[in-house]
Design a protein around this ligand. Structure first.
Ligand SMILES: [Mg+2]
Length: 232
């Protein structure tokens, strides 16, 4: 039985996430400096990360909810600087909005649109992400039939929930679905556990870390159509 559905990880599979994250953090910081003086001046990137880790430890229930977690961190940052609960919550919403706008301005890999267009003619395409990127806010939107975010499903890859959501949504059997992703654990191991076929996107030429290797490995999305056809 050949492949009928392809699910994609997004960050570092369809685009390089770091530039968008850096711009998003800068926009968030600029908002805080302008609108909440005293809340963010003392925090450079590393100090903010330490603050964030402390919030993670206090709120394990937000583990799979990256957007809520960030808003919680932004709220606590302002409360610590003496802003009222109301100001802090309003500020968190506003600072998060500017963060997210930049987070969504991702630049697809040069070859991605052409490859997705080609694949969309033959396969059902879906997106499965642990992050808060929205495939429908990118130029690739028209090629995708469904998308699941960890924060909507309530569990992150490699947990089975998002893969199972893709199975249910597509109606295809597990062995007719190929999952493509860059993370050996989140994407490959997670997909293998629910019986999906797997393609490891290894654009940085890393060594496979161990465990059952993916069915196929690619270094560039251009190799994907042939890799998927080879799974049939
Ligand atoms: Mg990824």
């Amino acid at each position: 039985m050949s492949i009928t559905v392809i699910t994609f990880d997004l960050d570092n599979t369809l685009w390089d996430v770091e530039p968008a994250l850096i711009r998003a953090e800068e926009a968030q910081q600029a908002w805080l400096l302008e609108h909440r003086p005293g809340a963010a001046e003392a925090f450079d990137h590393n100090a903010l990360f330490e603050f964030k880790k402390a919030v993670w430890r206090r709120h394990p229930e937000l583990k799979h909810h990256v957007s809520q977690m960030r808003k919680q961190m932004l709220t606590e940052l302002q409360l610590a600087a003496g802003y009222s609960q109301r100001e802090a919550q309003q500020g968190a919403e506003a600072a998060f909005a500017v963060f997210l706008a930049e987070r969504h301005r991702v630049e697809l890999y040069e070859e991605a649109l052409g490859v997705l267009e080609e694949l969309a003619q033959r396969y059902t395409l879906g997106a499965l992400t642990n992050g808060n990127a929205d495939i429908y806010k990118t130029d690739a939107a028209e090629y995708f039939d469904f998308a699941f975010l960890a924060e909507d499903v309530g569990a992150s890859k490699p947990e089975p929930d998002m893969f199972l959501a893709a199975l249910e949504k597509s109606g295809a059997p597990a062995h007719a679905i190929a999952h493509v992703g860059d993370d050996p654990d989140h994407d490959i191991l997670g997909a293998q556990r629910v019986g999906l076929r797997t393609v490891w996107m290894n654009s940085r030429g890393r060594a496979w870390p161990g465990g059952t290797p993916a069915d196929r490995e690619i270094g560039n999305l251009k190799e994907l159509p042939a890799a998927i056809a080879g799974l049939g």
